[in-house]
Write a protein that binds this ligand. Structure first.
Ligand SMILES: [Ca+2]
Ligand SMILES: [Ca+2]
Ligand SMILES: [Ca+2]
Length: 339
């Protein structure tokens, strides 16, 4: 029996229980409510997603128990205290990440043979999802893996490639940037973040939990052996021309990603990790031949898997990357729904 089927009755009961409580308690309850709403709205896929993400049935091992737990949590959530105003209907993206036997020389160029047949992700969307305007510039990613690295390639359309930060562990999103978020075991705790700009300056950090839940960034966390490179299709920090954009490659060593993974690293066949990508884009003006951010204007956040709110630190909204050694492009049964 599929978990989605088993929850049809559960979703009906949840709708009665959860219509809509105005106040929920704590980060977990807020997260639960978002997913519970999706259950009530739900297609089978959303229902499966909900139970899988919230209840980690990998640990539950029993679907009926999972349903019972959902009902218990729903009852608890009604009595709590954080306002919930940003209900969203976003569905996490999925990507099937293939194994490569070709060694990748990380130079930022995506025209090398290893990437040629690798499918692009969907184009990035606004962080809040389809209710917001389509991003002004296209962004998309590819992924691969081998025994040593998780590889990410990104293409960022950009008519004015600029960057200023050169110090490692700077707050890179003060420039236009590309960001990677990785929560290997999907428990929303102990997750990795990496940001880089067009100068190939990086910021690697570890969070024990999301900021809203009191999490603290550990900037001193480092990724020894990380390889990154940028290729600029145009000119950097030269506003006199119009650029095509920039591409980048990142090789994350499994050895480091495994530190807080509580998962096999490198992954086993069919394993899924929660991952998201974000691009911060500032509005600029050109003054005296240099780029300046427009004062008082907020940045745009364009992402692979929309978050529903302007906050990347909601890991349960990140996408799913499934790792396979098989050549087929068919996604394997999701590991969280086959118990
Ligand atoms: Ca984790
Ligand atoms: Ca660091
Ligand atoms: Ca330029």
């Amino acid at each position: 029996m599929d978990l989605g089927d088993s929850l049809d009755l559960g979703s009906w009961i949840l709708e009665l229980h959860l219509r809509p409580p105005r106040y929920l308690g704590g980060y977990r309850a807020v997260a639960f409510f978002r997913h519970a709403l999706r259950v009530t709205l739900g297609t089978g896929a959303l229902v499966s997603e909900t139970a899988r993400t919230i209840l980690f049935p990998r640990q539950c091992g029993n679907r009926l128990l999972a349903v019972a737990l959902m009902l218990c949590v729903s009852a608890c959530g009604v009595f709590a205290g954080t306002p919930e105003t940003t209900l969203s209907k976003t569905t996490p993206q999925h990507y099937l990440c293939h194994y490569t036997e070709q060694a990748l020389a990380i130079d930022g160029r995506l025209d090398k043979p290893a990437w040629k047949s690798v499918p692009w992700s969907d184009d990035f969307k606004d962080i809040e999802g389809d209710s917001k305007p389509k991003p002004r510039f296209r962004t998309r990613v590819k992924m691969l893996w081998d025994d040593d690295y998780f590889y990410v390639a990104a293409e960022l359309e950009e008519p004015h490639v600029w960057a200023t930060l050169t110090q490692h562990d700077s707050v890179i999103f003060q420039d236009n940037d590309f960001e990677v978020f990785i929560d290997p075991d999907g428990d929303t705790l102990n997750y990795y973040e990496f940001e880089m700009n067009a100068l190939n300056t990086g910021w690697d950090l570890l969070l024990d939990k999301p900021y809203k839940a009191g999490g603290k960034a550990r900037n001193e966390w480092e990724i020894p052996g990380l390889k990154t490179a940028v290729h600029i299709n145009g000119t950097l920090n030269n506003p006199l021309d119009k650029d095509t954009g920039w591409t980048l490659e990142i090789a994350f060593p499994w050895k480091v990603l495994g530190e807080y993974a509580h998962q096999h690293a490198p992954p086993r066949e069919g394993d899924e990790w929660r991952v998201n990508f974000s691009r911060v884009e500032w509005l600029t003006e050109i003054v005296d031949g240099k780029y300046h951010k427009l004062p008082g204007k907020k940045e745009d956040n364009w992402v692979w898997s929309p978050q529903g709110i302007i906050d990347m630190h909601v890991p349960e909204k990140w996408g799913y990357v499934q790792f396979t050694r098989k050549k087929s492009s068919r996604q394997l049964p999701l590991t969280g729904s086959d118990h």
